[in-house]
Design a binder for this molecule. Sequence first.
Ligand code: ASP
Length: 350
Amino acid sequence: MKNFFIAIVTFAFLLSCTSESTKKEALNTKKVNDFAIIIHGGAGTILKKNLSDEKEAAYKAKLEEAITVGHTILKNGGTSQEAVVKTIQVMEESPLFNAGKGAVFTHEETNELDASFMDGKTLNAGAVAGVTNVKSPIELAVKIMTDSDHVMLSGKGASIFAKEKGLEIVDPSYFFTDRRFESLKRIKNKNKTELDHDDKKAAFYDADIKNAKFGTVGCVALDKNGNIAAGTSTGGMTNKRWGRIGDAPIIGSGTYANNLTCGVSSTGWGEYFIRSQVAYDISAQMEYQQKSLKEATSNVIQDKLTKLGGTGGVVALDKNGNMSFEFNTAGMYRASMDEKGNLVVKIYKE
Ligand code: ASP
């Protein structure tokens, strides 16, 4: 009886070792890039017929400029954290995107900015919601991670913290752009609330205005030390009110990074991304189900999110430097660059 018991225990132990090693095996697929970087500038009903050649060229040029900044940092041995922050800052400073300068307007005609950052090595994270006068919300998210005991700060308190830490404070008018203000006026005139991306099923969907405002920005990078970092920055959705916060500053929804699996940055209809825990779900599927990055991003966006009625997409990168763009909208401003400097810049579905 005793021998039988020992045999059972030994068998169970060997079984657990095998499944453990299979798991490690799955997560230890071949390295394809020593370092790599992937970005998005928002997803939505981005159709060629609605974008002039000049606009298209301007978006592509800005995406290339941003990703090149991050890639250069990584190539020179810099950290994924630095690459993500500097890359996102290029897009925050561009009025083309709905982040930093060029952010969409709230119902009260202000710009309230959200951002988050996660470090895949330590699983540390920082996030900010609803700030109105900090020039670089992504920088503030990182500062909250490194210099406070908290993960998330919001509104006035976040601004005070930013000031105390010496971050650049700007007059709220810095974020103003005619284009976004016009969008708000159009939407208000129609007495609608509009999401900053496509959703044909949305109660507030409006064909006239749907193409006006895309552009949350995000970045995921893998550095030469195998560290993954991810960040996201946004103005949220046009005509938002009551202090509405989307997924972008929610760790696990808008942003997630874990060196064992992957890094993810999301863009889309935030409420659905929060409910679906999009970014963490992708990592969890890789960790617990040994799915590849492609399988996990496709399952979460094309299957789970879509079934729920959510729209948008993600950029993601795994620990071996595999990269994935996944979205269920007509387009997503996006770019990637591998260790050799091969650049992909795309807007529409292809
Ligand atoms: N996810 C953002 C939000 O809901 C908006 C977007 O990515 O377009 O605030």
